[in-house]
Write a protein that binds this ligand. Structure first.
Ligand SMILES: N[C@H](CCC[C@H](N)C(=O)O)C(=O)O
Length: 262
């Protein structure tokens, strides 16, 4: 079956998007999704999303990781599907949509190239030795390091993701270096099983964990740099709960096309 797809990227985290309002794709198999996401044999992407009808919402986001399995929340994917919904004229500059972790509000800037996505509130931050572990829609491990540019994120991230604590359910592993005016973050993503250029729920987890670590409270804005560009996270922290969390950054249509999917 031929499907029409759109390729989006948000800070280099790249996705295949399909308008599935007509339900052309019904429960795509792991092989189908993994094949479309394959960078040699397919379109190539970190994940695939279906935009579907959902009563009471503008649309529903169904997200699959590049390994073909349905994933938990994807922050950059969420920002990209909002830009896609605008491209399809389903929404204008604001939306309420449903994702796997619940309802999300998002707003698109006037020139259309910057999407602010509200993330779920977070009130549980655990520690694992010197690292923080929290769920921002997806599970994340956050560790502060020095000289992140030189770190072997694939090797070290993969080892943590597969250690005996995390091997069963998997975890996304984020390393952060604290610079004066921003955080530099690199992420090994579960479900891609590789380092990606950006991870939205990951940078969100880092900003929250670092606020807790540094005892920052009130309204906080955290600029971050990732391999694929820049993102911003803003939130409120009262010392126990993180609320009004927004992940902000670019979301761009790269190309569209047709592909045979089975
Ligand atoms: N790239 C995504 C995270 C995908 C989540 C996935 N890796 C999982 O844990 O299922 C983001 O921007 O938040």
């Amino acid at each position: 079956m031929k499907i029409h797809f759109y390729k989006y990227q948000g800070a280099g985290n790249d996705f295949i998007l399909v308008d599935n309002r007509e339900k052309l794709l019904r429960n795509p198999s792991i092989e189908t999704v993994a094949g479309l996401c394959d960078r040699r044999f397919g379109i190539g992407a970190d994940g695939l999303m279906l935009l579907q009808h959902k009563e009471g919402f503008d649309f529903e986001m169904v997200y699959y990781n590049a390994d073909g399995k349905e994933g938990s929340m994807c922050g950059n994917g969420g920002r990209c599907i909002v830009a896609f919904a605008k491209h399809l004229a389903i929404i204008d500059s604001e939306t309420n949509f449903l994702a796997v972790d619940g309802p999300h509000y998002a707003k698109i800037s006037e020139n259309g190239d910057w999407v602010s996505l509200q993330m779920i509130d977070v009130d549980r931050v655990k520690t694992d030795q010197d690292a923080f572990v929290l769920n921002t829609g997806s599970p994340h491990y956050v560790q502060q390091v020095e000289n992140l540019q030189a770190k072997n994120v694939y090797h070290d991230g993969k080892a943590i993701r597969n250690n005996e604590t995390y091997v069963l359910n998997g975890i996304n592993v984020n390393f952060v270096e604290d610079f004066e005016d921003h955080y530099f973050i690199r992420t090994f993503e579960r479900g891609v099983e590789d380092e990606t250029y950006a991870c939205g729920t990951g940078v969100t987890a880092v900003a929250l964990a670092m606020a807790k670590k540094k005892n920052l409270t009130g309204n906080i804005s955290s600029p971050v740099r990732v391999l694929g560009g820049k993102l911003n996270i803003r939130f409120n922290y009262d010392g126990s709960k993180f609320t009004d969390i927004f992940l902000e950054g670019p979301a761009e249509l790269v190309f569209e096309g047709e592909i045979e999917a089975n």
